[in-house]
Design a protein around this ligand. Structure first.
Ligand code: GUN
Length: 279
């Protein structure tokens, strides 16, 4: 039976550590602010943005909300970002994705100053990760590293298989595991013999985007299994990319959904905001 990695508990520890740091800075009269931009009112984005603002309030970071109408033009959005880039009171800038289809996401990602890019999406921050320089790291993969480290799971020398190659999760995840001295394999939709490769993994990180896709047949006895997926099943219950009931008896550690990787993303966003402020 696997030990469950409690992402809710670990994220709470991180948030409390950050709250203390922010309080110490506030005592010196220093305040930290995050600009949170949402264009349109996609319901899922509204939930995420609401949680980000709530967590800012908990930690003591000021959140400056920009709730822009769906019809906002790309230029209007870029002008707001330019103003925020130049505003010394603003330490971090986050533009919630996805954006309406008439706005080019790449233009927006490039426009945010790398020093305020707390999402870690700017090519300069991605490049810094590739060559091992300091920079902001995408929050979900950074959160997974924290889950592993705070659960005392050895990474160096282990074979890590990452399923998924997105810019936000798969690619930075693979780079972070490499930085921690794992041997890394990246699998994706065109990978042949996925099952055989997964069965070689000491640490299997699944961001495949298909509910309950990974069952015990994909998992080596004693492997660590990290599930990045989040879906609603037929009964409207949340589930991940991993078939938890099938994999749990075979794994040594496993993240549940909900309460595994999910809560770590916001904790690491807050960590990036505090870093943006300290630098
Ligand atoms: N949409 C889904 N996840 C994210 C994220 O981590 N950051 C931003 N900005 N948008 C998202």
């Amino acid at each position: 039976m696997a030990e469950k990695i409690d992402g809710k508990l670990i994220s709470q520890q991180i948030k409390d550590e950050l709250k203390e740091k922010v309080a110490a800075l506030a005592a010196e009269g220093k305040t930290c602010a995050l600009a949170v931009i949402q264009v349109g009112n996609d319901p899922a984005s509204s939930v995420y943005v609401g949680n980000k603002k709530k967590t800012c309030a908990y930690i003591g970071i000021e959140s400056i909300a920009y709730e822009l109408p769906e019809e906002t033009s790309e230029q209007e959005l870029l002008d707001i970002i330019d103003k925020l880039n130049k505003d010394p009171k603003v330490n971090g800038i986050l533009c919630q994705l996805p954006l309406p289809s008439h706005i080019n996401e790449d233009h927006v990602i490039h426009a945010i100053s790398p020093e305020k890019d707390v999402d870690g999406f700017h090519p300069r921050n991605v490049g810094a990760l590739v060559i091992g320089e300091k920079g902001f790291v995408s929050c979900t993969p950074a959160g997974i590293i924290q889950l592993l480290k705070r659960s005392n799971i050895e990474i160096a020398g282990k074979h890590c298989v990452v399923i998924g190659r997105s810019n936000i999760v798969g690619k930075p995840m693979a780079l972070l595991m490499l930085r921690e001295n794992a041997t890394v394999t990246i699998c994706h939709s065109r990978t042949q013999n996925l099952k055989e490769i997964c069965k070689e993994a000491d640490i299997l990180i699944v961001a495949i985007g298909k509910p309950k896709f990974i069952n015990a047949d994909y998992v080596k006895e004693g492997a660590v299994v990290i599930d990045v997926g989040i879906h609603r099943n037929e009964d409207n219950k949340l589930c991940g990319d991993v078939d938890f009931d099938s994999v749990e008896p075979k794994a040594s550690y496993i993240t549940p959904v909900p309460g595994g990787v999910g809560p770590m993303t916001i904790a690491m966003l807050m960590n990036n905001c505090v870093e943006a402020f300290m630098d």
